[in-house]
Design a protein around this ligand. Structure first.
Ligand SMILES: [Fe+2]
Length: 246
């Protein structure tokens, strides 16, 4: 399996376009999306049209924003700007995109030894930030690789043969050679709303044969995305934060 791993696209069509053009000439067998296709941004239908129609085997799961935008849940736990954007999205989805969003499976999903989840394997709304938390998850699940999103922070946590857990925040572009004796909990970062103070779209390519994960960052037209958010009448902060990657 050589898979493109994306997460937290958040209705940012420009960022998704930049990611797709970066991987155009790479060999990709599968496309994994760890949820939050929509929310925050102003281009939900553009993002969903791309993700629905893309060639290749698709392994998708839903995120918390998808659940609300699909009308499967209310946004009670959301902060006000997130809630406003999720409900705005709900009212603007095309028929096929609403149907697609409603049908997205909830994680965890297991594929060839790789587990996919949005927040954590046992709670799609849970944020995994710390080594301590990663250690709990790596003790509960024995998949060699668990991929997750939700925090919008690219990171590699690992547990080795001596049960030593460590975590590395990924800065910029980097390739990790994984160890077959270890197990991993990996976040590709966010395509549409990075939060590690790097505004470039973040994604990864996982190669199960070579056992490598490559992290990428691509610049995109942030101003265009911001203009669309402001024009849609969505909260200004959702546009502004894209400048800083926060
Ligand atoms: Fe998200």
């Amino acid at each position: 399996m050589r898979a493109l791993i994306v997460s937290d696209l958040h209705s940012n069509a420009e960022a998704l376009r930049a990611v797709m053009s970066r991987v155009r000439r790479k060999r990709i067998d599968e496309i994994v999306c760890l949820g939050d296709f929509v929310g925050y941004g102003a281009e939900p239908n553009q993002v969903l049209d791309v993700m629905r129609n893309i060639h290749g085997k698709k392994l998708y799961i839903r995120g918390n924003h998808d659940r609300v935008a699909a009308g499967l849940d209310e946004a009670e736990s959301f902060n006000p700007p997130a809630r406003q954007a999720a409900l705005w999205t709900r009212g603007r989805l095309s028929g096929p995109n609403r149907h697609f969003l409603r049908g997205l499976p909830q994680g965890p999903r297991l594929h060839e030894g790789v587990m996919l989840c949005h927040g954590s394997p046992y709670d799609e709304d849970e944020y995994v930030f710390t080594e301590h938390h990663a250690a709990q998850i790596l003790a509960l699940y024995d998949a060699p690789v668990i991929l997750y999103g939700h925090t919008h922070l690219p990171v590699v946590f690992s547990i080795d043969a001596h049960r030593q857990v460590s975590g590395v925040a990924v800065r910029d572009e980097k390739t990790y050679r994984l160890n077959r004796e270890s197990r991993y909990l990996i976040n590709p970062g966010s395509v549409g709303q990075p939060r590690d103070r790097n505004p470039a779209a973040s994604f990864a390519v996982f190669d199960s044969k070579r056992f490598t994960v490559q992290f990428f960052r691509v610049a995109y037209d942030i101003e265009k995305t911001q203009n669309a958010i402001v024009k849609a009448g969505l909260p200004r902060i959702l546009a502004d934060r894209l400048t800083y990657g926060t």
